[in-house]
Structures are given as C-alpha cells and as structure tokens.
Write a protein that binds this ligand. Structure first.
Ligand code: SAM
Length: 197
C-alpha cells in the first residue's frame, strides 16, 4: 500500500519524466556500467533506454543488468532491446530523435554544442570497441567530451552522466521539467503501476 507521500513523490517524478530524451547502449557489457547508466537515466528523467546486448557466439546475449549499482533504477527506467545498432539508430530517427554518437571523428563536436531540448538519443559505445563506424555514420552528429589528460577516454558511465547532465541543464533552463511531457492519462496509469507493482 503506497502512502499518500509516496504516491505524491511518484507523481512528481513522473511529471518531470522526459520521453524525448534517451540513450542507446551499443554492446555495453559490464553490469556495473550498464546499471550506473540506468541510474543516471532515472536521475535526468529518461523513461525508456535502448540497448543492443553484447554479442554471444553468433547471436546476442542478455542485457548485463544487476541491482547493486543501479540503486534499483531498472525498476523506473524501461529498457528496450534491439538486435542491431544501425537499425536502432534509424528507428529512433524515424521517431523524430536526433541521434548523437559519442565518437571521435573529423566531424565530432564538443558535447555541449548540440541542442538537447530537441528529442535526443545519446549513442554510447562498448567499453573495448566504442561506437561502431557504421552506427556513428548513421547518427546525426558525433560528439566528444574534450580530454585534456594522458588517457584517451572516460569510463562509459562517466561519459553518459556528463552528457546527460548537460541535457538536463539545457532542459531545466527551457522549463521542460516544469510542465509534464506525459499526458494525464499516461501519468496516472504509470503512477498506479509504480505504486502497486
Ligand atoms: N577504445 C574505445 C574507442 O576507441 O572508442 C574506447 C571506448 S570508451 C572506454 C567507452 C565509451 O565511453 C565510448 O564508446 C563512449 O560512448 C564513451 N566515452 C568515453 N570517453 C568519451 C569522450 N571523451 N567523449 C565522449 N564519449 C566518451
């Protein structure tokens, strides 16, 4: 039984959810990274994340979640599975999302320059191999967090948090957390599902 306070918190969180902000994790295979990214997604209001599971033999394995790092964020952020990163990029673009691939290329721009108030998906790469050339080419832009030290890249969950909080900053300034993006019917249905799982 959810207390009135708990129900009010659920409604408040759902009122700030951003169905127009998401991530696509391309073969992120370490459970602690996958779960940490979901936890950041919850913190910035992502409703549904997308993921291509790591390869296993000729097919795909399971999504690498576990609760210890996510703080149970996987309860509050749905994950949609895709079998192929390029097809997932195209399907998100067909639904109106700009896809920003975290990838170093000649066309890469600083991660702070895109307009994150537009429907946006941040494409994140595998720990070992990064975003594939094909998926980066299919994206609308390539973005990078400037690296001024000796190492070439950040941990993927750190990169995800850096970029998603820039998206949150821009969306807060635009007042996008102050007006619910979910319709009242969807909000009430989800509030009921979250309160009485
Ligand atoms: N060897 C890989 C490569 O060449 O791309 C390194 C992958 S990095 C450890 C894992 C993922 O973290 C990247 O695919 C990207 O999603 C993200 N990432 C790490 N550093 C980044 C940076 N400086 N800018 C943007 N994304 C970054």
């Amino acid at each position: 039984m959810a207390t009135p306070e708990r129900y009010a918190k659920i409604r408040r969180v759902l009122s700030g959810r951003q169905p127009t902000l998401t991530v696509l994790m391309d073969e992120v295979n370490k459970p602690h990274n996958f779960s940490a990214i979901l936890r950041t997604c919850d913190a910035v209001g992502v409703m549904r994340a997308h993921a291509v599971p790591p390869r296993l033999g000729n097919g795909r394995g399971q999504l690498p979640t576990y609760g210890a790092t996510s703080g149970s964020a996987d309860k509050w952020v749905e994950v949609q599975t895709h079998q192929d990163a390029v097809a997932a990029v195209r399907s998100l673009q067909a639904r109106g999302f700009q896809v920003l691939a975290t990838h170093l290329s000649e066309q890469s721009v600083d991660y702070r320059s895109p307009d994150y108030t537009k429907p946006t998906c941040v494409l994140l790469g595998a720990e070992k191999f990064g975003v594939s050339g094909e998926a980066a080419a299919a994206a609308d832009a390539n973005i990078v967090i400037p690296m001024l030290g000796m190492v070439q890249s950040l941990n993927v969950s750190v990169a995800a948090a850096t970029i998603l909080f820039e998206a949150q900053r821009q969306r807060l300034s635009a007042g996008m957390y102050a007006r619910p993006q979910l319709g009242e019917e969807a909000l009430e249905r989800l509030a009921f599902e979250w309160a009485y799982p």
